[in-house]
Design a protein around this ligand. Structure first.
Ligand SMILES: *Cc1c(COP(=O)(O)O)cnc(C)c1O
Length: 401
């Protein structure tokens, strides 16, 4: 049996062979702990971690000492949100975020609510954009942190971080972004975006699973304080205890080095493929709507609602294409997407949504084959759909583009 075409790159990516290759020695002969200062194994591991720290920093325009390695972006998000809140809780107890953030942000905020913090969850518009002016208006004397993701993992919408950064900076409030979907994919520079903290995950950018990083600006103008989540040996300058995942960190570093080199061209190529995908589907199917911003979106994200079709049924029925309905976490519980709901889609279109995530090795043939498969499946499902029959006869009309 032929393997399905992988169209789920917002969930996870395959590891780049060049990344795996540089990791291998650190899984075998070079197994040292970088904290061992007394022998060659330790020195080699320390050197490798230093190199990776440089590679990560270079990609986002940071200094190496501003990079802290973690177990992934879930941990980076938790550390940023809870760590800042707990360290600054004497200064204020209010945080501003928005409704379509990843669960790692939203659930960290829920925990803080139980600790007495107030959280503002800003709404988004139909395209998934948050209004920088709404951010400004949400700020109070109590606000200590703003967290707005760079690009959304379900619908690909890219938030106006530079505008928000300018507002935040003028007020001297800390600014965090979950940039998991953009680092190594589009321009993401911590100075251009005026960010103080930024979360990264290796497995979303062709690196290994279980490793990530948190960027923390060194001075603003004072040192930023963060209360650690873990107590222990004081690794990563006291911010994140635990023996470093050396092979993973080496892999993250290499993934960043490759990302820095290839993203401009890769982004253009994927944008062309994305447009080909959407145009192809649109030419063959009516009542099909693109979710997320039409242009201000990730090069590799296509999220479509096929009116009259149950998205889950479509996904499960397509053995030739691997894709998902949105966030991996919510699709296991079969809950409708809170992201699409926050964007104001009506329930029928939320349930009709399917996300396709293109990647580094997606070819034009993959896109064309996926378009053909999706069209034939959707047509077949619509033949049995009373909702679609009504739509087709013009009895009900749906909003959308
Ligand atoms: C995948 C993802 C995360 C979680 O990253 P892990 O490294 O898997 O913990 C956080 N935020 C966004 C936007 C993501 O897409």
């Amino acid at each position: 049996m032929k393997r399905p075409i992988y169209m789920d790159h917002q969930t996870t990516t395959p590891i780049d062979r060049d990344v795996l290759e540089v990791m291998m020695p650190y899984l075998t002969d070079q197994f040292g702990d970088p904290a061992s200062r007394s022998h060659a194994w330790g020195w080699a591991a320390e050197e490798a971690v230093d190199r990776a720290r440089d590679q990560v920093a270079t990609l986002i325009g940071a200094q190496p000492e501003e990079i802290f390695f973690t177990s992934g972006a879930t941990e980076s998000d938790n550390l940023a949100i809870k760590g800042i809140a707990r360290a600054y809780n004497g200064q204020g107890r209010h945080i501003v975020t928005q409704q379509t953030e990843h669960r790692a942000i939203l659930d960290s905020c829920r925990t803080l609510e139980q600790e007495g913090f107030t959280i503002t969850y800003l709404p988004v518009d139909r395209d998934g954009l948050v209004d920088p002016e709404a951010v400004r208006q949400a700020l109070t004397k109590q606000t200590i942190l703003i967290s707005i993701m760079h690009a959304n993992n379900e619908v690909g919408t890219i938030q106006p971080l530079a505008e928000i950064g300018a507002i935040v900076k003028a007020r001297g409030i800390l600014f965090h972004s979950d940039a998991v979907q953009t680092v190594g994919k589009i321009a993401c520079n911590v100075d251009d975006l005026q960010l103080d903290l930024l979360s990264i995950s290796a497995h979303k950018m062709y690196g290994p699973k279980g490793v990530g990083a948190l960027y923390v600006r060194k001075t603003r103008p004072r040192r930023i304080k963060i209360t650690p989540l873990l107590d222990g040996g004081g690794h990563e300058r006291g911010l994140r205890s635990g023996t470093l995942n050396v092979p993973g960190i080496v892999g993250l570093g290499k993934a960043c080095e490759i990302g820095a080199r290839v993203w401009p061209e890769e982004g253009e190529r994927l944008t062309r493929l994305r447009e080909r995908f959407v145009t192809g589907i649109r030419q063959g199917l009516d009542h099909t709507y693109l979710n997320g911003h039409p242009t201000q979106r990730l090069p590799n994200n296509v999220n479509l609602s096929f009116a009259g079709v149950d998205g889950e049924a479509l996904i499960m029925g397509m053995t030739e294409v691997a894709c998902s309905s949105g966030s991996a976490c919510t699709s296991t519980t079969l809950e409708p997407s809170y992201v699409l709901k926050a964007m104001g889609l009506d329930d029928a279109l939320v349930h009709a949504a399917v996300r396709f995530g293109l990647g580094r090795w997606t070819t034009q043939d993959d896109v064309d084959a996926t378009v053909q498969t999706v069209m034939s499946r959707v047509k077949r499902l619509r033949e049995m759909s009373p909702d679609y029959a009504m739509l087709a006869r013009g009895i009900v009309s749906r909003p959308g583009r």
